[in-house]
Structures are given as structure tokens and as C-alpha cells.
Design a protein around this ligand. Structure first.
Ligand SMILES: [Zn+2]
Length: 332
């Protein structure tokens, strides 16, 4: 009997962890694309030449996890703070201290998102120093993905799909369905990228703030649900059951999504905007720490010239809060 119980627990763990996406395609692509425009001009022109790559690569870490089934990938996307059973302030700050304190098996189970961000920063800094175009772009795009994940509250909590509070399905509802339906109204313009004096400290500042929001977003949904007629919460399929999207997540009605989105008072937009700021700040900091290498020499001058017209248009649109020329494959 005990063995069946263990198998059941492992199975549930796999099911719940497989739901951990952290921002859908809408979120990740808008975060990486917007971050390009918040960079200082000397970086912005280079990144703009490759903006399609940086944008399209943004959900690739999730593709590695689900489509390629890369087993090493999963724990890079989250940290179950409660699973460490110590206060968030007593967790090792640097990835070096984390590996010294916890065996790999624990880190793989509880997740190591903040420490992975620090490792990626080190790698990106080296890539800038060595002026390796492909490495800079690949690592920057991946780093943007993990920084986005670090702003998704349910990626910092054991209760990551509301499974302990009878709110299953809230994960993709919050991170994919809401931005897909209401993201058009978000203002994606953020301040210029700033230098981060202490990357380790900044990683934890972000995680701590994100973690605080987990309970809030769950509590708000329970409140909204209690005021809503049960048959108005989910979309129904032909047979009258709950409609599921291609990832097997329940699809909520537009009415319910709107009520929840309003009750969150801008939380989703705020977290997307903070993800953009963090991505630009981290890219900029890696470049400064690499000694501010000249990136203009990495591209053919004709390419930059050819892109100039679109660069001016897109930069202007972003300054007005909008990202243009971006078609998103909907998940809901
Ligand atoms: Zn992710």
C-alpha cells in the first residue's frame, strides 16, 4: 500500500510540476522584445539588429522542458521557497553557497531559479567580454526568460497551481490567459536600464517581492470565485464539461477573467513591466561588467543601415508603451 502511495505522490508531483510554465508565449516575447528598447543606444542598436531572435528565443527554455523533455531544465524555472523549510532570508544567497549547502537532489526537487539567474549572468558577462555574437544573444534571451519566471509569483511557491487551495488551473490562467486577453492595454514603456551594483542581492530582492504576491493572487481569486455563479466561471465544451486548452488547462470565461484581472488591480501588468526592467538592467550590467565592449563592430554596417527605418518606428512605438509587429500564437 505504501508503495502505491509513494507512486501516487510522485505522479502528482510530476503533474503539478509539468504545469509550471511561467508566463506564456505572450508574456515572454513581450518582455524580451521590450527590454531591447530600454537599453542605452550603444547596446540597443546591436540588440535591435537581432530583435527577432531575442524575441522568438524567449520561450525556448520552456520548449527545452516540454518538447525536448530535457530533464535538467525544469528546476531552473522555479524555486519552492517553502520546501526549504527555512525563512527566505536564511537561504544561501549565492549559487556557490547553495551548491555547498544543498545536495543536487534537493536543488533539483525544490528548484534553483535565483541561483541559475546568477550563473547565467556570469556566462553572459564572459560572452560580452569575448564579443561572441551568438553566445551574447542566446544567453541574453535565455536570461530574459528566467528573469520573467522570477516575477511570476506562483514560480516561487510550493502551491504553484493552487493545488493546495482548490484553485487548480490558476497558474496558466494568471500567466497566459490574462495577458493574452488584456495585454493589449498594458503600457510596456519602462525607464532606462540601470546598473546593478550587487547582482546576488538584486536576485533575492526580486524573488522576495515576487514570493509575497503568491498568497495575494490566490486569495483574490478565491474572493472573486465566491461572488461568481459557478456556471459562469469556466468555458464549456460541446458535452457540457469544462473546456481545456491544448495544455490541458481549464479555460475561464471572458467575464470571469475580466473580474479577476480587475480585482488584481494591475498586478499582472506590474509584474510584466518589472520583468522588462529587470531583463534590461541585467543585460546592461553584464555589458558594463564586461568593460562596455563596442558591439557595433559585431554586425555588418549595411545590416544596421537597412534596419534603421524600422528601428526608429519601433522605438517610437515602445516609447508610447506599445510593442508592434509581433504576432503571438495564442495559447487560450
Ligand atoms: Zn519558464
Amino acid at each position: 500500500m505504501k508503495i502505491f502511495k509513494t507512486i501516487a505522490i510522485i505522479f502528482l508531483f510530476i503533474v503539478f510540476s509539468s504545469l509550471a510554465f511561467a508566463w506564456g508565449v505572450w508574456g515572454h516575447k513581450h518582455i524580451n522584445k521590450s527590454a531591447v528598447f530600454a537599453l542605452p543606444e550603444s547596446m540597443r542598436v546591436f540588440f535591435y539588429n537581432h530583435i527577432d531572435f531575442v524575441t522568438q528565443e524567449s520561450p525556448v527554455p520552456d520548449i527545452r522542458k516540454y518538447t525536448i523533455n530535457d530533464r535538467a531544465e525544469g528546476p531552473r524555472h522555479y524555486i519552492d521557497i517553502e520546501a526549504f523549510q527555512v525563512s527566505i532570508d536564511s537561504l544561501p544567497q549565492s549559487s556557490k553557497d547553495a551548491s555547498a549547502k544543498y545536495p543536487d537532489s534537493i536543488l533539483r526537487k525544490n528548484g534553483f531559479l535565483p541561483w541559475y539567474i546568477q550563473d547565467m549572468m556570469g556566462k553572459l558577462t564572459i560572452a560580452f567580454k569575448e564579443k561572441k555574437t551568438s553566445e551574447i544573444l542566446f544567453l541574453a534571451a535565455d536570461l530574459g526568460h528566467y528573469l520573467g519566471d522570477a516575477h511570476m509569483p506562483l514560480h516561487t511557491s510550493l502551491n504553484h497551481d493552487g493545488q493546495f487551495t482548490h484553485q487548480n488551473g490558476i497558474h496558466s490562467f494568471w500567466e497566459s490567459q490574462l495577458p493574452e486577453q488584456f495585454g493589449k492595454s498594458y503600457n510596456l514603456f519602462v525607464a532606462d536600464a540601470k546598473y546593478i551594483p550587487d547582482v546576488t542581492k538584486e536576485t533575492w530582492r526580486i524573488i522576495k517581492h515576487t514570493h509575497l504576491l503568491a498568497d495575494t493572487l490566490l486569495m483574490i481569486e478565491r474572493k472573486v470565485k465566491s461572488t461568481f455563479p459557478e456556471d459562469k466561471i469556466y468555458m464549456k465544451n460541446d458535452k457540457g464539461g469544462v473546456l481545456k486548452n491544448k495544455y490541458n488547462s481549464p479555460v475561464h470565461t471572458l467575464e470571469y477573467a475580466r473580474a479577476y484581472h480587475e480585482a488584481l488591480k494591475g498586478m499582472v501588468e506590474k509584474q510584466i513591466r518589472s520583468s522588462i526592467t529587470a531583463t534590461a538592467d541585467f543585460w546592461y550590467t553584464a555589458w558594463v561588467n564586461a568593460g562596455k565592449p563596442d558591439l557595433t563592430s559585431l554586425d555588418d554596417a549595411d545590416l544596421t543601415k537597412q534596419n534603421r527605418k524600422y528601428y526608429i518606428e519601433d522605438y517610437k512605438d515602445w516609447k508610447n508603451g506599445k510593442i508592434t509587429k509581433l504576432k503571438i500564437e495564442g495559447e487560450f
